[in-house]
Design a binder for this molecule. Structure first.
Ligand SMILES: Cc1cc2nc3c(=O)[nH]c(=O)nc-3n(C[C@H](O)[C@H](O)[C@H](O)COP(=O)(O)OP(=O)(O)OC[C@H]3O[C@@H](n4cnc5c(N)ncnc54)[C@H](O)[C@@H]3O)c2cc1C
Length: 612
């Protein structure tokens, strides 16, 4: 029977193995590290467990949720989320809560934020290219500088002007200031029928961390005869005659072996994969691979002799005075993450480059740095730290810059022609800044392609936020599972669509322009009519109209004034029309929320009243 060779035992690789074995297909997994889970692993140190950054299990994809429930043989906890932003020596709730933000920032800052938001709404950046453009268009410059700029620049190690708008669109989906305010006022997670990803307030979490999911999955795979070989690094990928034929794996003791296969699934970083191809791909393809950049990650674990340190799962550190980007409190993710309930383990997260000073620093020095920064922020006392360790994770983040898409395009084209039996899956496998659910869906579809013997699913098109999978099912019918990718908000979507049909939204720019043109021209014509009729300054009507000069700077009932009035009344009218449209849309949205909630409550009642 045909064998599939899978590179990497992260969520993507293990999910692919799971799906193949479910269909009775042979698969073998090679993992370079000595534990499974990839970036979603759980590390252990002296009985304290911690993630590579806390890993929430949250998905809108029913298939993924089902897989998690099937794979995990221990408890899948539902945990509340508390995360705050630390800025200017104060804590702010994240997701932002308007009252909390207003009180924390003070009234003057609040006015500045409001004005800058209105300005951004009236004069948005037309062609959003950068992260800066994207957030300013949605939150205004002032709020964006406070709550998005510093942290994002820490994570990516580059200016917000260099980060592409794609990244923001993918990570802060559907959220803008109005949505955040609406969420705060209504306490409802639905906006236009969609769940706002950033606002999720609860999540699933395996009792002993994310690694437990993947350890459990590996055990179950082994029971079904699917082997996962740890400390086996794929060092070369042999190709020729329009296909991949074999890989060479190197074990920890330096021995190598050649493993043949019919199908290959790779979740290793694309840049490394292309360099492992044997013979080497054309120069242009290697150059494209070398354009793909990564951001690396390091976490300093501090064990404190303190039962309670802070109540959050994690805190974003927006202060530019420290290198620290975020702090996790693993005990608040699951009480089982600490060896001793009277102690706390914090994970201090640093976003770095593999060869920079922080990455290369000695562990002892990093632990000292961590203690110092915690004290500086007033979050913990260095004297309470009784133990610590450091974990480094290279290539934690694939970078979205302005060259990566073209580079990917070139690589995909070459692989499609020369290695069609190798599918790229997962996060670094596709150079996609994704969560576990996305990685898993690429694996599910790749496995379905193998089972069906077709390339019906385009694994690059997976978008866990939209209806892609439904389209595929309708078209190709290769899915044996009949799974729906985005089922959770369908009813709400349908209702919302009906409401949207009934109450069409106003186009703010169009209404602004219309009111602007009418106001400007109206005033101009009125002034001109008075002037032509002889109602010049000094007559009775002239001064009356000139009173408008109290509102419009430089306006008077003269020909020069008529043109000034045209311009100023035009701009003022635009702003009024624009804000009117926004206000009307807001009211409709509030009403829509109310109706959707009402219908949902009725649906729940109906369901509970039935025998099911
Ligand atoms: C700080 C941080 C926080 C995150 N938080 C969340 C979260 O809250 N929720 C969530 O769902 N996701 C989160 N993620 C994303 C999540 O970690 C990834 O989406 C997921 O782990 C990707 O799975 P993968 O299998 O595609 O890749 P990986 O996890 O990268 O696994 C790839 C595996 O391939 C192995 N490998 C690489 N090269 C070779 C080779 N040559 N030979 C053999 N093996 C090789 C690697 O060692 C690794 O084990 C977070 C990521 C980071 C960095």
């Amino acid at each position: 029977m045909s064998q599939t060779v899978i590179i990497g035992a992260g969520p993507a690789g293990l999910t692919a193995a799971w799906e193949l074995s479910r269909h009775g297909r042979d698969a073998v997994v090679f993992e370079q590290d000595d534990l499974v889970g990839g970036i979603s692993r759980t590390c252990e140190y002296n009985g304290y467990r911690f993630d590579i950054g806390g890993h929430r299990f949250f998905t809108k994809v029913e298939k993924v949720q089902e897989l998690w429930l099937e794979m995990l043989d221990t408890e899948f906890l539902v945990r509340p989320r508390l995360s705050r932003i630390y800025y200017d020596n104060k804590f702010f709730h994240y997701p932002l809560k308007p009252m909390n933000a207003l009180l924390g920032l003070g009234p003057i800052e609040a006015v500045r934020i409001g004005v800058s938001y209105l300005w951004a709404q009236a004069f948005p950046v037309q062609n959003e290219k950068t992260f800066e453009d994207w957030v300013i268009n949605r939150f205004g410059r002032r709020l964006s500088e406070i709550f998005f700029k510093t942290y994002t620049e820490k994570v990516w190690g580059m200016s917000w002007k260099e980060i592409t708008a794609d990244w923001a669109a993918q990570r802060i989906k559907d959220l803008d200031l109005i949505s955040a305010v609406r969420q705060a006022l209504l306490g409802n997670m639905m906006t236009r029928g969609k769940v706002i990803t950033t606002l999720i307030e609860e999540f699933h979490y395996p009792e002993h961390g994310p690694g437990e999911m993947w350890e459990s999955c590996t055990r179950r795979l082994a029971a079904k005869g699917v082997e996962t070989h740890l400390e086996h690094r794929v060092v070369s990928v042999e190709w020729g005659d329009g296909r991949v034929n074999a890989v060479t794996v190197e074990a920890a003791d330096g021995t190598t072996k050649r493993v043949e296969g019919d199908h290959f699934l790779s979740s290793m970083p694309i840049r490394t994969l292309l360099h492992a191809m044997d013979p080497a791909p054309p120069k242009a393809v290697i150059e494209a691979a070398d354009k793909l950049r990564y951001r690396d990650y390091l976490t300093v674990i501090l064990v404190l002799d303190q039962e309670e340190v802070f109540p959050d799962n994690w805190i974003y550190i927006h202060s530019p005075d420290v290198l620290l980007g975020r702090i996790q409190n693993y005990k608040n993710w699951s009480p089982a993450m600490v060896a001793d309930p009277t102690k706390t383990a914090l994970g201090l997260e640093y976003f770095v480059q593999e060869d920079d000073e922080v990455w290369s620093a000695r562990d002892e020095d990093l632990i000292e740095l961590g203690k110092k920064e915690c004290e500086q922020l007033g979050l913990a006392n260095g004297a309470d730290v009784i133990d610590g360790t450091v974990i480094r994770m290279p290539k934690a983040y694939p970078v979205y810059d302005d060259v990566y898409q073209d580079a990917l395009g070139e690589i995909r084209e070459w692989l499609g022609a020369e290695a069609p039996n190798m599918q790229l899956i997962g996060r670094n496998g596709q150079h996609r800044y994704n969560n576990q659910d996305h990685s898993m869906m690429t694996a599910v579809l790749a496995a379905e392609n193998i089972v069906a013997g077709t390339d019906a699913h385009d694994v690059w098109d997976v978008n866990v936020e939209d209806e892609y999978h439904e389209e595929v099912q309708a078209g190709e019918n290769t899915s044996t599972s009949g799974d729906r990718a985005v089922p959770s908000s369908v009813e709400a979507d349908t209702i919302t669509e009906l409401i949207e049909d009934a109450f069409a939204r106003y186009d703010a720019v169009a209404l602004g322009s219309a009111v602007g043109v009418l106001s400007g021209l109206g005033l101009f014509l009125a002034t001109a009519a008075l002037l032509v009729a002889g109602a010049a300054p000094g007559t009775e009507v002239g001064p009356t109209l000139s009173l408008l000069g109290n509102f419009l700077v430089g306006f008077e009932a003269t020909w020069a004034g008529a043109f000034i009035g045209l311009a100023e009344a035009g701009v003022a009218g635009y702003c009024v029309g624009f804000m009117m449209a926004k206000l009307i849309n807001f009211v409709i949205a509030v009403e829509e929320q109310r109706i959707v909630r009402g219908v949902e409550e009725q649906a729940v009642d109906l369901f509970e009243g039935s025998d099911r």
